[in-house]
Design a protein around this ligand. Structure first.
Ligand SMILES: NC(=O)C1=CN([C@@H]2O[C@H](COP(=O)(O)OP(=O)(O)OC[C@H]3O[C@@H](n4cnc5c(N)ncnc54)[C@H](O)[C@@H]3O)[C@@H](O)[C@H]2O)C=CC1
Ligand SMILES: O=C(O)C1=N[C@H](C(=O)O)C[C@H](O)C1
Length: 268
């Protein structure tokens, strides 16, 4: 299913002459939990124009035919790479929220962008500004604590575990610990059931909870003698991700190449 307004001009805009051109935006995963929020947010923005809504089984070409200059992808880890490749090949900037990106996939996207110096792609596991701040705070604090573990908690419809946010947080914490010369966190475990100590992400245990009634939550637990520092972020409504998504949609044309995370968009 797609929606598209009057045929865009050569700049992809349908704004009346003399007015600031609207940025034509396409949404992939448009009927999903996040995609429906993005559709609402783009429709409510007076400087953006929703020109294409694509979901499973729809024709991906519709985003190009509709003149989208920016595409937002909130689909699935197993399809997102095909979507990103299509957008890059068609000179369409990409704001990607879909998770599942490891270093290899990020390197592949960067390679696809090499012959396209004008195209911008931002891949962010979390567009929630509070979540981004949590990651930054955890990165800053990590070097002061012998032990760090992460607990992420999500709705039971999430297909991937651990969350992309938790994996990125763990990687940032692990890098900070390495830079500080910290030894591995103390752990005397020698006898455990599979999974009991969580997923090992560069030496940081990450535990995933799936619970009816939740949306998206994360705790970073940092331990030292006689104290624990607990950092927690809660997303109660997917509207919380929209300020970050719209910031990226508005900025991406000025950010050619691959950007991972929205920290630089926030001046962090
Ligand atoms: N970066 C961030 O801030 C956030 C990222 N996410 C991630 O976004 C992704 C989507 O999450 P949800 O919206 O909850 O999932 P969802 O399952 O509700 O939505 C995914 C949508 O993509 C559609 N889809 C599947 N294959 C497609 C294809 N080839 N082309 C177009 N559409 C296709 C599905 O039919 C579905 O409507 C997940 O990877 C999740 O981890 C979720 C929330 C925030
Ligand atoms: O699937 C979700 O809902 C979310 N996924 C992202 C992730 O995997 O980090 C972001 C947020 O946690 C919500």
């Amino acid at each position: 299913m797609t929606t598209s307004s009057a045929a865009p001009d050569q700049h992809g805009s349908t704004a009346p002459p003399g007015e600031t051109p609207l940025v034509p935006v396409g949404v992939l995963g448009a009927r999903g939990r996040m995609g429906t929020e993005v559709v609402k947010a783009v429709n409510a923005a007076d400087d953006l124009e929703l020109v294409a809504m694509v979901d499973a089984g729809d024709w991906l070409f519709d985003v190009a035919n509709a003149g989208a200059q920016v595409v937002v992808d909130f689909t699935r880890p197993d399809v997102v790479m095909d979507n990103v490749r299509f957008c890059i090949d068609n000179n369409i900037h990409c704001v990607v929220g879909t998770t599942g990106f490891d270093e290899e996939k990020l390197a592949t996207v960067a390679e696809w962008l090499r012959p396209k110096p004008e195209v911008g792609v931002v891949i962010a596991p979390n567009f929630g500004i509070g979540a981004v701040l949590l990651m930054r705070f955890a990165q800053e604090a990590a070097r002061f604590f012998p032990s760090t573990e992460i607990v992420e908690l999500h709705h039971p419809n999430k297909v991937d575990a651990p969350s992309g946010t938790a994996v990125r947080t763990a990687r940032l914490v692990a890098a900070a610990r390495r830079a500080a010369g910290l030894p591995p966190s103390p752990d005397a475990t020698t006898d455990s059931l599979p999974g009991a100590r969580g997923a090992d992400v560069e030496g940081v245990p990450v535990h995933a909870v799936r619970l009816t009634g939740l949306v998206a939550h994360q705790e970073v637990l940092m331990g030292a003698a006689g104290e624990t520092l607990t950092l927690r972020h809660d997303s109660y409504d997917r509207a919380s991700f929209m300020p970050g998504v719209l910031l990226a949609v508005r900025e991406i044309a000025r950010r050619p190449g691959l950007t991972v995370g929205i920290e630089s968009f926030l001046g962090l």
